[in-house]
Design a protein. Structure first.
Length: 388
């Protein structure tokens, strides 16, 4: 029995050591999981246990600083997951598997995936991401390009716990995506060529106790068509708001903006007429959705500046007649004009900028690959991951 225990400890040590050594490199560690949802979760939790525990420690420290007790956070997240269970019970099984594999309480994993109440001044107060899409007839190799700069509060140090997760389920398409260790919420692609990338929005209708956005976004990446992805959004009793770019292998793409009681789809030609590209930041663009906008003051200024700048970059590029390449996309994502309200966002203590770009994802659905950059794209060495 002693030898068995020692073997387990040694294996666990080398598993964690190997994962942490990858974190010291330029990219994120690749974590491969498969089987039933509970098995997928268990493998995720077991392989990322050290990162998940660190994630939880930082999270609960932040909650304490905001005056939110651990018990209150556990109760809030469990109530939200109960809504998620009615919508996607298989994802609750996966969360429970993550908890078991990581050796932590399932309610703690729920907190990790739900966030804070809207009135708690949580990550929603500072989230700010920039995304854009370019159709295959405007790219250098004929492959659709869809991108996202992932911006998060500096205090959460997301980049320290980021992984590229390769999910191989018993049923449904494989998923290859960037996420934080322990999370369902993913940015990536599936083996059917379906892409889901997106930005957090806030609306006047946002509610605390509804289906968590993490459940909705993950289910979108389990689909094979844009229409199916839109349908799973409609099915959810939504509590938050988002703008998602979804695309499929056939070059079909759409931007879906949603809030608790409304949803609208923007086709590429409606965003930038007949030019084969479009973009979004963190406020509503569809005319029918603007009345729900919940981002005001500096937060709206920040989002508007980034949207104006990405529009300027595209208009300048459009005038050259050049084809878009992955390298050009990286250059757009590395832009610092209007800093600290720039597309590539850096933490600037003297300007009280509380968020920064912690990762970047560039997806090419027709090739079924993603390029993932660690930290700011202006200094990142992108790693390429493929579904074969």
């Amino acid at each position: 029995m002693l030898y068995g225990l020692m073997d387990y400890i040694v294996n666990e040590f080398f598993e964690v050591s190997n994962l942490m050594s990858q974190l010291l490199e330029t990219g994120f560690p690749l974590v491969e999981v498969g089987g039933s949802n509970n098995e997928i979760g268990f493998q995720h939790g077991e392989k990322c246990a050290a990162l998940i525990r660190e994630h939880l420690n930082i999270l609960f420290q932040g909650l304490q600083q905001k005056g939110i007790s651990r018990n209150d956070a556990l109760r809030f997240s469990t109530r939200c997951v109960n809504f998620g269970a009615r919508y996607a019970p298989h994802l609750v099984e996966e969360l429970n598997g993550i908890a078991e594999g990581a050796g932590v309480g399932k309610e703690e994993i729920y907190v990790l995936n739900i966030g804070l109440p809207n009135n708690a001044g949580g990550w929603r107060a500072f989230s700010g991401c920039t995304t854009f899409y370019v159709s295959g007839n405007r790219t250098s190799d004929g492959s659709v390009i869809i991108t996202q700069n992932v911006d998060n509060p500096r205090a959460s140090r997301t980049v320290k716990r980021g992984i590229v997760l390769h999910i191989m389920p018993k049923n449904g398409p494989e998923i290859l995506a960037f996420c934080r260790a322990g999370n369902l919420y993913v940015h990536g692609i599936n083996s059917a060529g379906m892409v889901r990338l997106g930005n957090e929005l806030t609306s006047l209708l946002d509610r605390d106790f509804e289906t968590p956005s993490s459940f909705v976004c993950r289910r979108m990446l389990e689909q094979t068509t844009v229409e199916d992805a839109v349908d799973v959004i409609r099915e959810a009793r939504r509590g938050g708001s988002q703008a998602n770019i979804v695309a499929e292998n056939s070059d079909r793409v759409a931007q879906v903006e949603w809030c608790p009681d409304s949803l609208a789809v923007i086709e590429p030609h409606e965003n930038v007429p007949n030019r084969g590209y479009f973009f979004n930041t963190n406020h509503f663009l569809h005319p029918d959705m603007r009345k729900y906008e919940g981002r005001f003051g500096e937060r709206l200024v920040n989002s508007t500046k980034r949207l104006d700048r990405i529009r300027d970059l595209f208009f300048e590029w459009d005038g050259t007649g050049e084809k878009m390449s992955v390298e050009t996309a990286k250059r757009f994502l590395s832009d610092h004009v209007n800093s600290p309200d720039s597309i590539c966002s850096h933490f600037l203590a003297e300007k009280e900028r509380k968020a920064e770009t912690v990762a970047c994802v560039i997806a090419q659905p027709t090739k079924k690959i993603i390029h993932v950059g660690r930290e700011n794209p202006c200094k990142s060495e992108f790693q390429t991951y493929a579904l074969t």
